[in-house]
Design a protein around this ligand. Sequence first.
Ligand SMILES: [Zn+2]
Length: 341
Amino acid sequence: MCLDPAAEAQRAMVRGMPLAELHAHLGGSVAPPTMWTLLHRQGLANLPKDYWSFEKAITVSPEEGVADLAAYDRIFHLTERIQSSPMAMELSVHDTIGGAYRHGVECLELRYNPMKRNLHGTHPLDLDHIIMASSRGLDTALLEYPQMRAGLILMMDRTFDYELNAIIVQKALRYRDRGIVGIDVAGPPQAGFSYRTLAPLIEEARQVGLGITIHTGEEGSIDDVWEVVEYLHPQRIGHGILSAHDQQLMDRLVRDDIVLEICPTSNLLTHAVRDLSELRWILHRLRAHGVRFTINTDGPEMLCTSLRREYDLLLSEGMLDDDSVRTCNTLAHEVSFVRGG
Ligand SMILES: [Zn+2]
């Protein structure tokens, strides 16, 4: 095999950097063997009996991807079900932090929706128990991996009504001294949903020092991104790739110093971007307009990737050079909601 010395040097550079991952869903971040163990400990019925078919069911094929974001959401529905207990949450968070460290990540933000960890409403689990369990998993992992900085982000959901989302924010406020560092809005698109209605909840979280990141601009309308920017004033936006199509919006992101969390492999495998050439165009547009962005996995285990592999991909495809890789990673450390960097 003929190795390209320049490519090898780039890979070595990425391996030498302590990485920061700001956008990883807990539902996509736990190694399949751990999820298999959890499935059995939870005693869930009507799921695959063979490990390999189970692994296939909770991962996205690197060759084929998924049909669309709705299919991607259905995989999360399954992993959320398996993570629906205090025991499962503690082990999931713990396992993810150790796994990230072994892949070169030293700063990690993990996000999840606590109300999607109660068997989707079929089992009345107490949210406090779920959140406290995730904090315990965080605490014990940080004892074992003291080089890590890590924190948890609680996600509201576009399919929830205002009252349910308000409860999630109240929990984030209550547990902000137990490792909750920020809030987010995610979930499948919902007809009639309006980001601006959540502005009072976002303000409440901001007032106590929680970080604000919002999923938008991955699919749907560019007007959503405008609405988020105008009414929610986040420090960061999850994905936001549609912004590359709107020069005024990119100017506004620069003016308001909003950082995008780009997830290359996720966008390719869900077909949120058409192909590598569209991704290349998006990153080029963002850089040309001075929009700052970080590189992330969205969920390394579900997408069969790692943050190192994301950087390797962008380097090998010539979408980022050595300097811009360092810039993205340094920025991720700087804008992390986890203190102590
Ligand atoms: Zn996401």
